[in-house]
Every structure is written in structure tokens, then in C-alpha cells.
Design a protein around this ligand. Structure first.
Ligand code: URA
Length: 288
């Protein structure tokens, strides 16, 4: 009889395999028992590679492709859309980027915040979670019910999916930093309103300047629009390297969107592979 621990492990494994299947990676693990000619046929493109930390056997890519590949140039936006950039060219931006402020100091300054109306309905402030020295920061929109209850970002259903994505990159949650544009839950999970974003986003900017990550991944439109101070649609820019005041920034779909549109997971996985290449994380390809 399998014990509770075995059942839990099997369930976790099942969810992980389902996740890889959603990403379009199913042939990797199916091929392990297939004949070599079958595997050649079902081999996915090189770009659909995954890290060594999960049970998928692949040969490493040549070293040159694993090291911080230069970011592809920003693709020209659609005709009607002007190029986006928020390069840190002003003295103000330059000074902010020299910040030696710690996350604790920023959290202290936030205090029991009452700067916007969200304070009156929140349960807990969700400041952020993870390594203060993370090379990779994920920025979401704002806490949902689970986050509001626990005071931690991305711990609900969307959070579980984000955790799977992080693990598929060969990382663990404590390796990265996760935060949101607004730190208090908007009632009924509505989008944060402009005055709420205006009050709260300076704390996000300070968090980013404190961490100084190599890469920022914006999860969804609110994070993308807030960092780039634009109201343009994320859809033109998803998966492209952009510049946020000198930081490399890549917008991708929000995990909550992926829960509603699982077919978009493959796009997000491609985006995350770009991030992995930029961070020098091992991307493996399938053995011949
Ligand atoms: N969605 C977000 O944008 N952030 C969270 O922390 C949870 C869900």
C-alpha cells in the first residue's frame, strides 16, 4: 500500500508531467522508451529544451549557446506603435540605480500603509518574497485572496503555476524575487486603479533598484505598463527584450491568464528560455 508521502509525491509528479505536456514538451519524456527513429520524428525544436533538475534526459547545448547570449534587439513594433524605452538616462534614474537601500528599509518605509484606498479592505500587505540578491525578479499585478490571507505573493493557483515555471527553469522560488505592482489586494480581484498604482509603484521601483536584478520578467499587462509607463497593449511586446531604466525586462503572460488559456503556456516557456539564456542557465537539448 503506498503511504501518504508516496501519494503526494506521485500527485506532484503527475502535475509536473501535465505541466510539461502543456508546454508542448511531452515528447521528451515519452521518447525515453520509444525507438530512436520514433524519437527522431517526435523531437521538438531545440528551443523547447528544459533544465537538468527534472527527470528529462537531454544532452547539453554547446557552451557558446549557454552563456549569456546577447539579448536579441528589440523587434520593431507594429507600425502604429512608437518604440518603447524607459532607459535610465536622467540623473534621477542614475542616482536611483546607485541605491544602497535594503528591502528591509523599503518595507519599513511602507509601514502599515494607508496611502491608497486598498488599505481599508486588505488583510495583509504583500510586500514581496525571495532573494534580495536575485538575478531574476518576477513582477505580477497585485495580491489575490490567498496572497492577502498569507502576506506572500503568488501562493494561490496562479502562484502554483508560477512555481512550476520557476522550477522548470532549474531554479527554486528562494533563488528569485517575486513581487507585485500593488501590495494590497484589490477587492474582488479587480485590476488596480491608476491612483492605487501611482501610490504603490514607487515602492516597486525602489525594490528593483535595491535588488538590481539582471532580468525582470513582467507577468501580464499591469506590470509591463507600470514599468514602462505606457498604456500600450502587452500583446505587441510579449517575449521581447525591452529596457526598463537600464534593466533588461521581458514581458510575458500572467500565470492567471495561462490558467484560462493553457495553450499559451508554450509561448511563455519560449520566453522563459530566453531568460534562461540571458542568465546563463543550462538549457539542455534532447540526446540523439
Ligand atoms: N496574481 C498576481 O498578480 N500577484 C499575486 O501575488 C498573485 C496573483
Amino acid at each position: 500500500m503506498p503511504g501518504a508521502a508516496d501519494i503526494a509525491r506521485n500527485e506532484k509528479l503527475k502535475q509536473r508531467l501535465q505541466f510539461y505536456e502543456d508546454l508542448g514538451l511531452a515528447p521528451f519524456y515519452r521518447d525515453r522508451t520509444a525507438s530512436s527513429s520514433e524519437s527522431a520524428q517526435s523531437q521538438p525544436p531545440l528551443s523547447a529544451a528544459v533544465s537538468s533538475s527534472h527527470p528529462i534526459e537531454e544532452a547539453p547545448l554547446p557552451k557558446s549557446t549557454l552563456k549569456s547570449a546577447p539579448a536579441p534587439p528589440i523587434a520593431p513594433p507594429a507600425k502604429s506603435v512608437a518604440p518603447l524605452s524607459s532607459s535610465g538616462t536622467s540623473l534621477f534614474d542614475a542616482a536611483n540605480k546607485l541605491s544602497t537601500e535594503t528591502l528591509l528599509q523599503i518595507r519599513d518605509d511602507l509601514g502599515e500603509c494607508t496611502r491608497c484606498k486598498l488599505h481599508s479592505t486588505r488583510n495583509k500587505i504583500v510586500f514581496g518574497d525571495g532573494s534580495p540578491k536575485a538575478q531574476l525578479v518576477f513582477v505580477g499585478e497585485g495580491p489575490g485572496a490567498d496572497e492577502d490571507a498569507q502576506g506572500l505573493p503568488f501562493v494561490g493557483r496562479a502562484g502554483k503555476l508560477l512555481t512550476q515555471m520557476i522550477e522548470a527553469m532549474g531554479l527554486q522560488r528562494p533563488d528569485v524575487y517575486i513581487c507585485n505592482v500593488v501590495k494590497c489586494r484589490p477587492p474582488g480581484n479587480r485590476q488596480p486603479e491608476p491612483d492605487e498604482v501611482a501610490s504603490c509603484s514607487p515602492f516597486l521601483f525602489r525594490q528593483l533598484d535595491s535588488i538590481k536584478p539582471k532580468v525582470i520578467v513582467c507577468l501580464g499587462a499591469t506590470a509591463f505598463q507600470t514599468l514602462l509607463q505606457t498604456n500600450r497593449s502587452i500583446s505587441h511586446y510579449r517575449g521581447q527584450w525591452l529596457d526598463y531604466r537600464g534593466y533588461k525586462m521581458l514581458p510575458t503572460y500572467h500565470p492567471a491568464y495561462l490558467l484560462r488559456n493553457p495553450a499559451a503556456k508554450a509561448d511563455v516557456w519560449k520566453d522563459l528560455q530566453k531568460v534562461m539564456a540571458e542568465l546563463g542557465l543550462e538549457i539542455k537539448k534532447k540526446a540523439k
